[in-house]
Design a binder for this molecule. Structure first.
Ligand code: SER
Length: 585
């Protein structure tokens, strides 16, 4: 059997042999200014480098990146979609372009000493062209040259063959996707992912990052021609072993088998798959070094939904109440060699799972009482069901499980308008971010470093960054601290930041090894596995160093450029984490 470990290593070895530097993957919760709630692809942490910043590892990079995607959550339970998955990626920052990218992919997939896949079971898609970018005949020709026959090359539109930006603005471009045949027998002469999408599984995506999508929706050409590729680790292991589903691979099967063992109703395969997927994803999110537990806010809300949905399903398949913590332990054990943060955060993961389970069981009890209050002639209205869901968190499936009839049309209508509203909210959250190198966003990046320095001075060295989000209008900074800031503390922090600004301190950037960075006392995460270089931004000089942080940038040159700093809000973000929103006036 080819394991995930083996494929990961082969990928790194292959690209290393092509002069790529192995770099570490990033946290699942974007560490420094997210454009999205989660890292959904390997490109997220690299966005600044596609926008022109210099990467300390050079222009050819390779890594593996844990990712979370909630956009595909409705597909979870099928053979290949996962909420938590790993992406293997190779990157060219203005170095090689289409030709090498396609040659490398083909060699890795079909080379005897690499994956040795059957060319007859491979197919590709390329961009069909539209008003934003031309038809990608070049990519199609390159595929033919390496050995993919014309009848296995499909031209598709933006929906399929365009990737990015990762948020609302940022790097993007046409892509070429690589598929493997998962249908019965052999593919027919005319079969492509365009004609038979269900029989071809996408395993790798090579994006030609040529544009920056602006806030106005325009596609501006980038200074460099770049490549961003992402191979789905789990799916590729699935097809390499000839498995029917991703639940049979080495990193997932033990979890799936455990659920199956604990279930009394073993035929509800979809529910068993969903429990496996959701608890895996929840553990990875909680076990991240920037990890977040269940709450009603942003990432925490996703964790809550994943756990609660898994609990509901575990009841559906008749598994006992310990089920999710048993799975949590297994997931930590099975993944800790590759992701040691899971072990570091083990206690937190297990206790959060337990607490959330207790909370949800209470919701279910309370909800049942409410249902009985609302019920009339064995029925409840759509409005009541909606209220039970939004005010008490009581899921519609539980109402149905109680044998109560609900006006589903009305309920679904209400849920849809509710979701449309939340979606608008979520999109606003995604604006700005690392792709935003505008003047104000740059100022807020530097201000965030000053704020962290001031918080540490006023509150103590336990302050650690737990998240950050920047738009052109404000900064938002989450940090570990148990209590609400007192008025005098808030004032002191504000005054300190304004003092730092008035001192007009210089900001300098150095590229250091992780060891060197550590020795300078720079703040940041030191969980790197590869000895690559990091960028360290220092504010101040000589005896007056205010801050040193590992960061991708961008920053202003002198703090005097920033303006007047004002804290607008200080509130709880999740247990033990506070959130400050602040502006420059
Ligand atoms: N960004 C592309 C994707 O997520 C390739 O890495 O598919």
């Amino acid at each position: 059997m080819i394991t995930t470990k083996k494929l990961r290593q082969k990928y790194l070895d292959f690209f290393k042999s092509k002069d790529h530097t192995i770099i570490d993957g990033a946290c699942l919760i974007p560490e420094n200014d997210p454009t999205v709630l989660f890292t959904t692809a390997g490109i997220h942490p690299l966005v600044p480098y596609f926008m022109g910043e210099k990467h300390p590892g050079g222009n050819r990079l390779v890594n593996y990146q844990k990712c979370i995607r909630t956009g595909d959550i409705d597909d979870v339970g099928d053979d290949s979609h996962l909420t938590s998955f790993e992406m293997l990626g190779n990157w060219s920052l203005g170095d090689y372009f289409k030709e090498e990218s396609i040659k490398y992919s083909f060699e890795f997939l079909t080379g005897k000493e690499w994956l040795n896949l059957d060319i007859n079971k491979l197919a590709v898609t390329v961009f069909a062209g539209d008003e934003d970018a031309p038809k990608d005949d070049e990519a199609a020709k390159l595929w033919q040259e390496v050995g993919i026959p014309t009848n296995r090359i499909a031209y598709l539109g933006k929906k399929d063959n365009w990737w990015g930006p990762p948020g609302i603005t940022g790097p993007c471009g046409p892509d070429t996707e690589i598929f493997y045949w998962v249908g019965e027998g052999e593919p027919s002469e005319t079969s492509t992912p365009g004609t038979e999408p269900d029989n071809w599984l996408e395993i790798w995506n090579n994006v030609f990052i040529l544009y920056n999508k602006t806030a106005e929706g325009k596609f501006e050409e980038l200074a460099n021609k770049n490549v961003d590729t992402g191979m789905g680790l789990e799916r590729t292991v699935q097809i390499l072993n000839g498995f029917d589903s991703v639940y049979q691979i080495d990193s997932i099967k033990p979890i799936y088998d455990k659920v199956l063992e604990m279930a009394t109703d073993k035929d509800i395969i979809k529910a068993i798959r969903i429990i496996t997927d959701h608890i895996r994803a929840a553990c990875f999110i909680m076990g991240d070094d920037m990890g977040v537990g269940p709450s009603n806010l942003d990432q925490g809300y996703v964790v809550r939904r994943l756990i609660r949905s898994a609990i509901r399903r575990s009841r559906e398949v008749g598994a006992n109440d310990e089920c999710i913590t048993v799975l949590g332990k297994l997931i930590i054990d099975n993944n800790k060699d590759i992701y040691p943060e899971l072990e570091r955060n083990q206690q937190k993961i297990i206790s959060e799972l337990k607490v959330e389970e207790e909370k949800f069981l209470k919701v279910l009890d309370k909800g049942e009482v409410k249902v009985k209050e609302f019920i009339a002639d064995g029925k409840i209205s759509g409005e009541e069901a909606f209220q039970l869901y939004t005010s008490y968190g009581f899921p519609i499936e539980e109402i149905q499980r109680l044998g109560v009839e609900v006006d589903m049309e009305d309920f679904n209508q209400r849920i849809k308008s509710h979701q449309d509203l939340s979606r608008q909210g979520a999109e606003q959250k995604f604006a700005g971010g690392l792709a935003d190198h505008g003047e104000m966003a740059t100022k807020y990046h530097t201000t965030t470093h000053l704020l962290q320095a001031a918080l540490r001075k006023v509150l103590g060295d336990h302050i650690a960054q737990k998240g950050s989000n920047i738009t052109a209008e404000r900064l938002r900074f989450d940090f570990s601290h148990p209590d609400k800031l007192r008025d005098d503390q808030r004032e002191q922090v504000e005054t300190l930041v304004n003092d730092y600004i008035r001192m007009d301190l210089p900001i300098t950037c150095e590229e250091l090894s992780v060891e060197e960075a550590k020795n300078t006392g720079a703040l940041g995460l030191f969980n790197q596995k590869y000895g690559d270089k990091v960028k360290v931004y220092t504010i101040g000089e000589g005896n007056n160093i205010i801050s040193r942080e590992i960061c991708g940038g961008p920053h202003v040159k002198k703090t005097g450029e920033l303006g007047q700093f004002k804290i607008k809000k200080e509130q709880a973000s999740s247990a033990g984490v506070r959130r400050i929103k602040a502006v420059l006036e």
